[in-house]
Design a protein around this ligand. Sequence first.
Ligand code: AMP
Length: 419
Amino acid sequence: MEIKAIRGFNDILPDEIGKWQFVEKTAREVFEGFGFSEIRIPIMERTELFSRGIGEATDIVEKEMYTFTDRSGNLLTLRPEATASMARAYLEHQIYTFDPVAKLYCIGPMFRYERPQKGRYRQFYQIDAEVFGVDNPMVDAEVILMLVHFLKRVGLEKLELQINTLGDRVCRPRYREELKKFLEKKSFQLCEDCQRRLQTNPLRIFDCKVETCQAAIANAPKVIDFICDECEKHFDKVKEYLKMAGLDYIVNPKMVRGLDYYTRTAFEVVSYQLGSQNAVTGGGRYDNLFKEIGGLDVPGIGFAIGMERLISLLPKEKEFIQYPHLFIAALGDETYKKAYQLINQLHLQGIRAELDYEGKSLKSQMRRADKLKSRYVLILGEEELKKGRAVLRNMETKSQEEIPMEDLVDILRLKFLPD
Ligand code: AMP
C-alpha cells in the first residue's frame, strides 16, 4: 500500500512555496527593522516546560500535546507553541546578563493534536515574536505596531485590532471567582468540557464554540470591571501609546487568550478580507510565565501568527511563483554540449535557466518552455552557433532577436538581476 502523510500534517508544494518564502522574508525584514533577532529552538522539549508554562488546565496541555517517553524514559513533547521554549532559552543561556531586554523572533512548525479541518492542522507553522525583560506599556504598543505593520506589508487589508486586559496575579483571581459564581448558576447550559473548565479554568469558557456555552457567558462579568489600579493604569497607557502610533483598535472584553500565562494586555488581529471574520494572530503579555518554568521573575510580551491562515488570506493577484528566466532549446548533439556549458554559467550567475534533457524536437521543447512559463527561450541551432550567435525569443511579446553568444549573460543579467 502507498504510504501517505499523517493526517493533519501537510506538504508545502513548490507551487505554494513562493508565498511562504515571501511571508518569511517580509517577517525577517520587518522584525529585524524593529530590532528583533532570530532564535531557533528545538522542536522537542521536556513535557514539564509546557505543562507548567502553558498551564495544566488548558486545552493544549489537557488534550493536544504530542507527548511520549523516549528510550531513556524522559517524558518529551513536540512543541505546541514557541514562547515557553524561547523563555527557557533566555534563562538557560542567561541572555539577560548581556542585556535584560531581549527582542526575539522564531519561525517554525508547532504540533497540536487537534481535529484537522480547513485552517486547523496538527503540524502548523507559526511566526513568533517576543520581548523579554520590559514591563513598560510602551513595549506592548511597539509590539502591536510591528505586528500590524507586518500584516499590512504582506498585503492584508481590512484588519481590525482588538485589545483587552486580563488583569494580573493580584486581581485576576478575584475576577475568576466572580466568573465562577456567575457561571455556576448556569452550569446546566454548559457543555461537558466547560463543566470541567468551570472548576479548573473558567476563563477558558469564553473560547468555547458551543452555542449554549456562548449564551451562558453572554452577560458574564467583564474582567475590565475587576482589574486593580496598576493593571488599569497599564491598560490606559497601552491605549495611549497605540493612539500615538496611529493605530485604531477596539476593546473586546470577551477576548481572553487561551493560555494560562497571559496577564494584562491581550490582543488579536482579525481580518475581514474574505467576508467572514478570521483571527490571524494573537498575543499578549505574560508576566508569570518565567516564574512558572522555574526562572527569574521576567516580564514578557509577544505574539504568534499562524502561517497557514495568513497565507490563505494573501491577495490572489500577488505573483509568488518563480518562473524560469530562460529556457534553452538546443538542437543537435554539438549544441547540447554548448547548452550544458552555457546553463552552468547562467546558474552560477543566478539566472534561472532550464534545459531539455531528452533531445526532443524544437516544437516539443518550445511547448515545454511555454508550460514552464519561461520568460525567454534561447534557440541554439548548429548553423547559428558556428557563427557564435543564437536566437533569443521573448515569450510574452513573441519577438525574436539574434544575439552574439558572448553577450547573452549580460543581456539576461540586465533583464532579470537589476543589481
Ligand atoms: P495560539 O498559539 O493558540 O495563540 O495561536 C496563534 C495562531 O496560530 C492562531 O491565530 C492561528 O492562526 C494559529 N494556529 C493555532 N492553532 C492552529 C492549528 N491547529 N492549525 C493551524 N493554525 C493554528
